[in-house]
Design a protein around this ligand. Structure first.
Ligand SMILES: *Cc1c(COP(=O)(O)O)cnc(C)c1O
Length: 379
């Protein structure tokens, strides 16, 4: 019997587990020296820009919106194809989400549609980067500058992706990362926010911890309602160890993706992620390998396809639903037919297994199963 292949998951080494035990024995359980160390390491990774860690990327997005002063009456433009975080946090701070279409293959936000959606109420653009291609950063920031808009990059999936030689996070405006166990590096739960200067970093610290600031006599004051989004040291300890291993994780992921591109040729074909020109040209984080199923030419639905893979011991995921069509999205004007690419992705996408615990033989096994199930269902 072959083992069950999960579709995502972290790689934690024994040294990290021992490190966590040390933190637990130290008695320093909430945020302390390991949080400061992780922030310093992330800042170095982001070209020296200030970074603050939080309890999740979702918290980081909420704090980013607050830092940008976004609230009732403001519009934020975002992709109809992304994770619920972006929709939820825009609505939570009282702003209005304005959805636009994404590209079918890269799945990144369509910047021409962003420009067309700008109104006098627009305050920010919130693009999600996909792991096999980045949003065009020159075009994005050109647009933001021309219209005086803030940018909040949802970089949850792309720690380790590079744009023209620079790490994502090392330039630009506000950038958020996730350290959920399914991302490229983990702190179990956790996230980070890259900000533009030290005064913004200090406000982010207050926003993540009750809104507390210190008066000159060291008594505490609260001037705005902060949250409780600090990261415990145990998590930061794991995050530090993971960040050190990121280059190794990236190399491994890129090798597995290379194998997927070599082996995944079904008939009828799936829509695959954008293929790098060459391995040396692969600047991407490859957090996920998502395909679109040729459902129109299959006599099974996605659920049945996923069940057939599951029966072969292969777990799959689904990313992402169309945000404008969930109940909350519909409450903000979302309707069927508005964004054909985002809607097609929501219907046909499947996330194949991709994580550093896999071998190239595992990729071959997944590809054979996909090819076989699709061939068996051809109509
Ligand atoms: C995972 C993810 C998030 C949320 O990250 P958390 O750390 O779980 O809050 C946000 N956006 C995208 C695109 C994600 O994949």
């Amino acid at each position: 019997m072959i083992g069950e292949l999960k579709f995502a998951g972290p790689e934690l080494d024994e040294a990290t587990i021992d490190g966590v035990a040390e933190v637990l024995r130290s008695g320093q359980l909430s945020s302390g020296p390991w949080v400061r160390r992780l922030e310093a390491d992330l800042s170095a990774f982001c070209g020296g820009r200030p970074v603050r860690v939080l309890s999740s990327a979702t918290a980081a997005v909420e704090v980013a919106l607050q830092l940008a002063g976004i609230g009732p009456g403001d519009e934020v433009i975002t992709s109809a194809s992304s994770f619920f975080t972006v929709l939820n946090m825009i609505v939570k701070v009282g702003a209005k989400p304005i959805f636009v279409e994404c590209d079918l293959v890269t799945r990144n936000i369509d910047l021409a549609q962003v420009e067309a959606a700008i109104t006098s109420a627009t305050r920010a653009i919130m693009p999600t980067h996909y792991p096999g291609a980045l949003v065009d950063m020159d075009a994005l920031y050109g647009l933001a500058r021309r219209h005086g808009l803030r940018v909040i990059e949802d970089a949850a999936l792309v720690i380790g992706s590079r744009w023209k030689g620079s790490n994502i996070g090392a330039f630009g405006d506000l950038v958020t990362f996730s350290f959920h166990p399914n991302k490229n590096i983990t702190s179990i739960e956790g996230g980070a926010l890259v900000v533009t200067d030290e005064s913004e970093a200090r406000r982010a610290e207050a926003l993540r911890f009750h809104g507390i600031t210190y008066l000159p006599d060291r008594t505490r004051d609260v001037a705005f309602p902060g949250g409780k989004f600090n990261l415990p040291d145990v998590n930061a300890r794991i995050g530090c160890a993971q960040l050190e291993r990121l280059p190794e994780f990236l190399t491994k992921r890129r090798r597995l993706v290379d194998r997927y591109f070599q082996r995944l040729t079904s008939d009828p074909p799936c829509v695959l992620p954008p293929r790098p020109q060459s391995r040396s040209d692969d600047d991407y984080s490859w957090n996920m390998f998502c395909i679109l199923l040729p459902l129109e030419r299959m006599n099974m639905n996605r659920r049945q396809f996923r069940d057939a893979l599951e029966a072969r011991g292969i777990a799959t995921g689904m990313s992402y639903e169309a945000l404008h069509l969930c109940t909350l999205g519909r409450q903000h004007g979302g309707r069927e037919g508005r964004f054909p690419n985002a809607e097609r992705i929501a219907r046909e996408t499947v996330t194949l297994p991709l994580h550093t615990g896999m071998s190239e033989a595992d990729v071959d096994r997944v590809c054979s199963a996909v090819i076989e199930v699709i061939a068996g269902s051809r109509r």
